[in-house]
Every structure is written in structure tokens, then in C-alpha cells.
Design a protein around this ligand. Structure first.
Ligand code: OXK
Ligand code: ADP
Ligand code: TPW
Ligand code: MG
Length: 565
């Protein structure tokens, strides 16, 4: 395009596309509509990738996990008001989980919104996003596109990573300016290296660790995100400290490593005198460092985190180590050189680890006919991943989540992609799309039947793009259980249909399998993943097999008042 003086012009659409590319973005996940349809179209015409979803929430979850896997913000694109709001749950999820993500949304005209005159999809999106993300920005002028996007990327990525909202009023896209002037404003943001910790803080952490008689290390998903697997392995192997991985921390060090204390978790936490939190928070998943799990003994904590404010959030932290764990952990490893976790403590922990593993093994390999349980079905997945460690494992549900975490060893970092800090149902299919597209490896999703329902329609997205995704629906016919008695003359609130999800997959363009026993499940899983095509295995699980809320039953609120007659 050019004006009367024949000066070549650019517009908001084109400049935004150029600037996203300057910032290393090549993929967006979203749903099109006014005013961003032409942005997505021009993005595709430019050769960039756009994954078109059936609902924004799932596009948002895809962007959030793409950010986690890649270590650079994943980008979701939504339409105004309702589309934006659908994306906000995922934006908040990204922020809560410390995943870098941008939510870009078209919005209505400010002058109409501010006077509340009833614009098309009117909403003050900028303000609504604010409490749910690290920062909310609006780009009003075409000239601000380069600095606005760079600022959003910086905010999402640096410090503690998280979600950032960028409001793009419809009018921005149509604004024009001379192309040469626009190009002069463009730049590639300079990368910033990870921060080291001050020597005094390193020395203090080393002192606490060297005095430990019963140390344990907790490996959080921040380690996996930071790509600190080599550094974490060196620290654990040089000190011999038993480690406990958090759900998404699994695989940072392979779960079959001899120093994994996962199979004796409760005892390791209750009995330790020093707990080393490596990019893991002392939040609800760690019982805030309190209660039965932790015992009565006074503990000392060493905590590695990029955010100073995380320190002393739940317990006093004796030795905070603030900085990029990939840099700070080797500092401490060097400072504790020569220290070894005491043999007596290790023996206490690992004798029980071996015994617990034997006990579990017996359950995994027992099948006496009838419908499967969580153990004998998940054993099939365990064996498959042991032989094929380079699969992405997406996982949600209650029993389907907790049993998979317990049973299936993860052998590589950033491979276990689960419900995270909020325990969110609905991440499943969005995560599958992202994992399949940002890695070149297959995806297996182990989904509770209820959990699957939250994003089930997105299997059409998976088949449309022919992604190598195998979904296993753990079909016990309900939320936790499929056999709760009806009450008040109604179908129980926990019960769902025992649906032929395999036929749903066939209808939407993929291959469906029905698996009634471990042998059928194994055959289906092997064929499905080998096909590199979208497949869904409907695994029939005994409706009586689950426990309410899985492993977090104790968090449920119960009534002490007797049932009404
Ligand atoms: C673990 N264990 C093992 C093994 N691994 N035994 C044998 N072999 C192996 N390999 C043992 C381990 O020692 C524990 O027993 C038990 O199995 C469970 O292990 P784990 O690691 O899962 O531990 P625990 O106590 O459940 O961990 C707490 C937790 C975890 C909060 C970190 O449960 C978690 O990540 N939960 C996420 C839940 C969630 O988000 N749900 C969302 C949906 S539910 P002991 O004897 O050592 O204790 C929901 O929202 O509403 O209902 C809702
Ligand atoms: P988990 O649930 O696995 O315990 P959390 O999400 O609670 O993990 O904690 C991860 C922590 O890692 C967050 O507090 C976050 O600030 C931190 N973190 C993220 N990236 C880095 C990094 N590069 N270096 C150090 N800490 C990091
Ligand atoms: C966004 C509450 C936690 S777990 C769950 C629900 C509805 C489903 C459990 O049943 P499922 O697994 O998936 O069949 P299983 O194996 O135990 O039978 N809404 C959101 N997030 C959460 N966590 C819930 C509701 C919930
Ligand atoms: Mg279920």
C-alpha cells in the first residue's frame, strides 16, 4: 500500500505481524472473529502458524504450555469480550503456574467503551485482565507496536514468568504509517542472562546443607522450566541427597534414578531436618510445610527461586537463594563439595522405597478379569513410556491424575504436562495440540472421563491438523466414581454417562479403540502411537475403582450434620 506521494505504507496488521516475528514468535493459538480474523489470515499468508481452536480456553491452555515447554511466551489470540473472557482462565492459569504467555485480544473502541454506549462486544478488557496476569497493556497507536510487544514479552519472560495481556483496539489494525518509518522503530530485544546469587547467600545455603543429618530435596517444575536438568542432577548426585519430584518436576531427573525417594514421600518429608526446595513453592501441594506430612520437628529450609518475594511465604526460610536456578544451583553445588547425605538416613529412606515399590508392582501386574482398575491399566502406559521415553504425557482427572503420577515413571524433563498449581480440569486437549506442535514427539494424554469432557470437542482440532496424539480416556463413568447411588430422585452429581468416546473420535475424524482389559489396551496403545495419527482409546475402568478427589480427599469439606430422613 502507498499514499498519494507514493510513500510505501504499512498498517497495524502488518506491523504487528513483523514485530511478533522480531520477538521470536512463529505460532499463535486462537479463535478468529471481529476484529482479528484478518490478523490471523495475514499471519498465515506470511507463512506463520495459526492453530484454530473450537473454544478460546483451549487455545489459551495451548499457549500456556507452549510457553512452559519452550521457555518463551506462547501466544493466544482472541476476539473481544466473550472470546477474551474465555481466554482469561488460561491467562490466569499461566500466571499461577509461572508459565510465560501472551494473551492478545482484539477489543472495542475506547471512546464507546468508556462512555458505555453499547459497542459491539463492549467490555473494559484491559481492567478485567489486570488481576489475572502479571501485567495488562494496551497498544493505542501503531507507532507503539514495537515497544508494546517487546514490553509484553519482557514482562512475561523475566523475573517470575507469567501471563501478560495485550489489548488491541480494533482501530489499531487499520492505522497506517510509512513503512520505512515503521521499520526504523522495529528491533529485536536483547536477551538477558540468568542472575547469580550473592556469594554470602550461597555460603549460607552451603552451611545449612553441610550441617544436615536428614536432608531431602524437592524438585519443582521451575527446574524443568529453567532447563536446569543437568545442574539438578549434578547437585543430587554429588551430595547423594534423596529427592522428591513435584508432578511436573518429574523427569527433571529420571524417575528411575536410585536417589528418587518418591515412593517414600510422606516419610521423607516428615523425617527430614533440612528441606531444599529447588524451584518449588511451599504452597498447598506441600501442605504449606505444615501438618502431619511434615511432622513436629523444626525444619530448616533452603529455597532456590527466581522471586525473592517467594521466601518466607509459608515458613521461615533459613537460606534463601535468589536467582536463576540454572546459575544458582551450581554455585551451591560447588560450595558444598565433599558433603554426602548421611548413610543412615539414606538407608532408612531407600529401604522403604524398595519395599513400597514391590508392593505397588504386585498391584500393577494383577488382573483377574472384569473391568480394569487404575493400577493394571496404567501399568500398560508405564511400560510403554519406559520403552519410549520421548513421549509427552498430558494428564488430568482426579484418580486418573494421581494414579498416573504415582505409577508412570517420567524419564525426560518437561514431558509430564499436568493440571498444575490449580488442579485445573480442561487443560487436556489444548496441551495436546501445543505439545505435538512445539516438540516433534508423540503425545499420550491420560484423561479422566470427566476431565476429558471439558475439552473433548478439541479432538476435532487434533484431527484437522492430523497431530500425533493418543488420548486414553479412563472411563469409570464419573467424577471420581461412576457408581454412586442416586439421591433425591436425581442422577448422582458425580455420575456421568459411560459414553463411547472411541466412536466420538471416529465421528470427528480420528481412530477409536475400545479397551476392556490390559491386553487390549496394550495392543491399542502400541498401534495408536505408532500410527502417528489422532487416536482415542476408551479404557473401561471399574466404576467402583476411584476415591473421591483422589489423593487430596482430605481437602474436601464434609458436613457433620446427619443426613435428612
Ligand atoms: C509414589 N508412591 C509410590 C511411588 N511413587 N509408591 C510406590 N512406587 C512408586 N513409584 C507413593 C508415595 O510414597 C505416596 O505414599 C503415594 O504413593 C502418593 O504419592 P504422591 O507423590 O502422589 O504423594 P502425595 O502424598 O499424593 O502428594 C501430595 C500432592 C499430590 C498434593 C503433592 O497428591 C499432588 O500433586 N496432587 C495434585 C492433585 C490435584 O491437583 N488434583 C486435581 C483434581 S482433584 P506415602 O505413603 O509416602 O504418602 C480436585 O480438584 O476437586 O477433587 C477435586
Ligand atoms: P511445583 O508445583 O512443581 O512445586 P511451583 O510452580 O510451585 O512448582 O514453583 C515453581 C517455582 O519456580 C516458582 O516459584 C517460580 O518463581 C520458580 N522459577 C521459575 N523459573 C525459575 C528459574 N529460572 N530459576 C529459579 N526459579 C524459577
Ligand atoms: C475447572 C473439580 C476435580 S477432578 C474432577 C473435577 C470435576 C474430575 C474427576 O473425574 P475424572 O477422574 O476426570 O473422571 P477420575 O479418574 O477420578 O474419575 N472444574 C475445574 N477444575 C476442577 N478441578 C474441578 C472442576 C474436579
Ligand atoms: Mg472418571
Amino acid at each position: 500500500m502507498s499514499n498519494e506521494e507514493n510513500v510505501e505504507l504499512t498498517d497495524g496488521f502488518h506491523l504487528l505481524i513483523d514485530v511478533l516475528k522480531d520477538n521470536g514468535i512463529d505460532t499463535m493459538y486462537g479463535v478468529v472473529g471481529i476484529p482479528i480474523t484478518n490478523l490471523a489470515r495475514l499471519w498465515q499468508e506470511d507463512g506463520q502458524k495459526f492453530y484454530s481452536f473450537r473454544a478460546e480456553q483451549h487455545a489459551g491452555y495451548a499457549a500456556s504450555i507452549a510457553g512452559y515447554i519452550q521457555g518463551k511466551p506462547g501466544v493466544a489470540l482472541t476476539v473481544s469480550a466473550p472470546g477474551f473472557l474465555n481466554g482469561v482462565t488460561a491467562l490466569a492459569h499461566a500466571t499461577t503456574n509461572c508459565f510465560p504467555m501472551l494473551l492478545l485480544s482484539g477489543s472495542s473502541e475506547r471512546d464507546i467503551v468508556d462512555l458505555q454506549q453499547g459497542d459491539y462486544e463492549e467490555m473494559d478488557q484491559f481492567q478485567i485482565a489486570k488481576p489475572h496476569c502479571k501485567a495488562s497493556y494496551r497498544i493505542n497507536s501503531i507507532r507503539d507496536i514495537p515497544i508494546g510487544i517487546a514490553r509484553a514479552m519482557r514482562t512475561a519472560l523475566t523475573g517470575r514468568p507469567g501471563g501478560v495481556y495485550v489489548d488491541l483496539p480494533a482501530r489499531l489494525f487499520g492505522q497506517t504509517m510509512p513503512l520505512a518509518e515503521a521499520n526504523a522503530l522495529r528491533f529485536t530485544p536483547a536477551p538477558i542472562g540468568g542472575a547469580a546469587a550473592p556469594e554470602a547467600d550461597v555460603a549460607r545455603a552451603a552451611e545449612v546443607i553441610k550441617a544436615a543429618k536428614k536432608p531431602v530435596a524437592v524438585i519443582g517444575k521451575g527446574c524443568a522450566y529453567a532447563r536446569a536438568e543437568a545442574e539438578v542432577k549434578a547437585f543430587i548426585e554429588e551430595t547423594g541427597i534423596p529427592f522428591l519430584p513435584m508432578g511436573m518436576g518429574k523427569g527433571t531427573i529420571p524417575d528411575n534414578h536410585p536417589l528418587s525417594a518418591a515412593a517414600n514421600r510422606a516419610r521423607a518429608l516428615a523425617g527430614c531436618d533440612v528441606c531444599i526446595l529447588i524451584a518449588a513453592r511451599l504452597n498447598w501441594l506441600m501442605q504449606h510445610g505444615k501438618g502431619k506430612t511434615w511432622g513436629n520437628e523444626l525444619k530448616k529450609y533452603v529455597q532456590f527461586d527466581v522471586l525473592a518475594q517467594e521466601m518466607d511465604s509459608n515458613q521461615p526460610i533459613a537460606a534463601p537463594v535468589v536467582g536463576d536456578v540454572k546459575v544458582t544451583l551450581p554455585q551451591v553445588t560447588a560450595a558444598v563439595k565433599g558433603y554426602k547425605a548421611p548413610a543412615e538416613w539414606c538407608k532408612e529412606i531407600f529401604d522403604k522405597v524398595a519395599a513400597n515399590k514391590e508392593k505397588l508392582k504386585a498391584k500393577l501386574t494383577t488382573y483377574n478379569g472384569g473391568e480394569m482398575n487404575y493400577q493394571n491399566s496404567l501399568n500398560v502406559v508405564k511400560e510403554y513410556i519406559a520403552a519410549n521415553p520421548n513421549v509427552n504425557l498430558v494428564n488430568e482427572g482426579a484418580n486418573a491424575l494421581d494414579n498416573t503420577r504415582m505409577v508412570v515413571d517420567v524419564l525426560q524433563p518437561r514431558r509430564r504436562l499436568d493440571t498444575g498449581t490449580w488442579g485445573v480440569m480442561g487443560i487436556g486437549m489444548g496441551y495436546c495440540v501445543a505439545a505435538a506442535t512445539v516438540t516433534s514427539d508423540p503425545v499420550i494424554a491420560v484423561e479422566g472421563d470427566s476431565a476429558f469432557g471439558f475439552s473433548g470437542m478439541e479432538i476435532e482440532t487434533i484431527t484437522r491438523y492430523q497431530l500425533p496424539v493418543t488420548i486414553i480416556v479412563m472411563n469409570n463413568g464419573g467424577i471420581y466414581k461412576g457408581n454412586e447411588a442416586d439421591t433425591g430422585g436425581q442422577i448422582s452429581c458425580t455420575r456421568l454417562g459411560r459414553v463411547r468416546y472411541d466412536l466420538m473420535m471416529e465421528a470427528l475424524g480420528g481412530k477409536g479403540y475400545l479397551a476392556n482389559n490390559p491386553t487390549e489396551l496394550k495392543a491399542a496403545l502400541e498401534e495408536a502411537v505408532a500410527s502417528k495419527k489422532p487416536c482415542l482409546i476408551n479404557a473401561m475402568i471399574d466404576p467402583d475403582a476411584g476415591v473421591e478427589s483422589g489423593r487430596i480427599k482430605s481437602l474436601n469439606v464434609v458436613s457433620n450434620i446427619g443426613k435428612k430422613k
